[in-house]
Write a protein that binds this ligand. Structure first.
Ligand SMILES: Cc1cc2nc3c(=O)[nH]c(=O)nc-3n(C[C@H](O)[C@H](O)[C@H](O)COP(=O)(O)O)c2cc1C
Length: 191
């Protein structure tokens, strides 16, 4: 599966267009039959969209991917929330990264075994993953699974986040991901 973003303004909710591109059609249950030379009946796997979002930008992208694929979706939510103040969360996130903290996640995926492809979304925080994503990656066994990252950022693209993910889930296959530039002031809010 390839994912790419186009700067088209045809979505009512925000001015980012995301079009999921692949070689064969998908069904609305999120089962992908991919590969130029594969018959459509041959499945590559079931997709789960997992994301963490502080300001809502990554949530907006995740929801758009969900809308286009019909895949299952899971938002990582925390027991102890980060500050809603931008300057404060900058400091909290930096401290968490410095301490390699593992913020406790309040929700869990009981049927992770069913999924083959994890579309993992997060904001670039201090040039890497937010630490809740590290907690998530350490919680599950990704053997036999493919992780395809998507990252929203203010200009730093993936930063070091791909390396961080590969280290935390060495058993996973990493797919080619998507990084989306969004202005630093978040344009989405939690609904
Ligand atoms: C704590 C924090 C650290 C950030 N660090 C970076 C960074 O290092 N590089 C970058 O390009 N953007 C950085 N940003 C901007 C976010 O990546 C960007 O606004 C992202 O779209 C926010 O996603 P969200 O709304 O889903 O939380 C940072 C934002 C926050 C809150």
């Amino acid at each position: 599966m390839r994912i790419f973003a186009a700067g088209q303004a045809d979505l009512a909710t925000y001015n980012l267009g995301i079009r999921l591109v692949r070689n064969a059609g998908y069904d609305r249950k999120g089962i992908v039959a991919a590969g130029e030379n594969l018959p459509e009946t041959e499945t590559q796997g079931k997709i789960l969209i997992v994301y963490f979002s502080w300001g809502g930008n990554t949530r907006g992208i995740a929801q758009e991917i969900q809308r286009q694929t019909g895949a299952d979706i899971f938002e990582i939510t925390l027991i102890h929330l980060y500050s809603t103040d931008y300057e404060t969360v900058l400091m909290e996130a930096q401290e968490d990264q410095h301490n390699q903290a593992r913020p406790e996640i309040e929700n869990h995926i009981p049927n992770m075994d069913e999924y083959d492809i994890i579309l993992l979304g997060y904001p670039n925080w201090w040039a890497s993953i937010p630490m809740p994503v590290a907690t998530f990656l350490e919680e599950y066994d990704f053997t036999g699974k493919t992780i395809i990252p998507f990252c929203s950022h203010g200009g730093g693209r993936f930063g070091q986040s791909l390396t961080a993910i590969a280290k935390l889930a060495p058993e996973a296959t990493m797919g080619e991901g998507l990084s989306v530039t969004i202005p630093a002031v978040p344009i989405f809010r939690k609904m």
